[in-house]
Design a protein around this ligand. Sequence first.
Ligand SMILES: C[S@@+](CC[C@H](N)C(=O)[O-])C[C@H]1O[C@@H](n2cnc3c(N)ncnc32)[C@H](O)[C@@H]1O
Length: 236
Amino acid sequence: MFGDQLARVWDLIYQTGRGKDYHAEAELVAETVRARNPGARSLLDVGCGTGEHMVAFGELFDHAEGVDLSEPMISIARDKAPHTTFHVGDMCTFDLGRSFDAVVSLYTAVGYLPSLDALSAALRRMAAHLTPDGVLVVEPWWFAEKFLDGHVAGDVVQEDGRTVARVSRTERRDDRAHMEIHYTVADGNGIQSFTESHSFGIWTRQQYLQAFADAGCQVEYVEDVLYCGMFVGCRA
Ligand SMILES: C[S@@+](CC[C@H](N)C(=O)[O-])C[C@H]1O[C@@H](n2cnc3c(N)ncnc32)[C@H](O)[C@@H]1O
């Protein structure tokens, strides 16, 4: 999951192809944080991926750091923001030894966790990295209420002599969503194909709220923002 080949096409698919506006999303998150903590100066992005939000957070906060499980995704992020500190780590266990005025986790990174217990563990680690007035912002994956079994999607994106095709199909198996994704990348050197298998927890809004409570956090859910809404809160 999130190997080198995916890391190299991630920005092309989501930013260029799907028009995901990372800067506007980072501004919304910064406004949300400052509405609760006007003096917020530092931010940690958990599951920061290729660091597109981090580039904007670096402009919006005095100090921003990122953590992600995938070395290839972090490697792209480091190239983009060489003066920013990125850590390779698991959100369920990481310990950076400092706290932040905001801890955020965007674009459904928490959805990849293997169980609700793992979600609580990750939220506990995030909360442990908050300053006393710190704000937590977490974007979930699709709630069980909205999950579409058998959903298929497809994208073809072209840029700078490179064409990337992505097709995916997602199906429910027990309480998990299994997404199989096929990619084909064509450039001046030839055509290569690869697949990725991603697995998400299909959890209800109530189960997420319980996981935040179990992790000692008080949150509210804000609908119709970002991709899947966001939980916003603090340590209880
Ligand atoms: C859908 S991507 C989102 C990346 C980025 N936040 C964005 O908006 O483009 C999910 C990210 O979560 C990371 N991730 C998944 N499980 C993780 C874990 N247990 N700890 C840390 N990062 C994780 C993946 O490596 C991947 O970069």
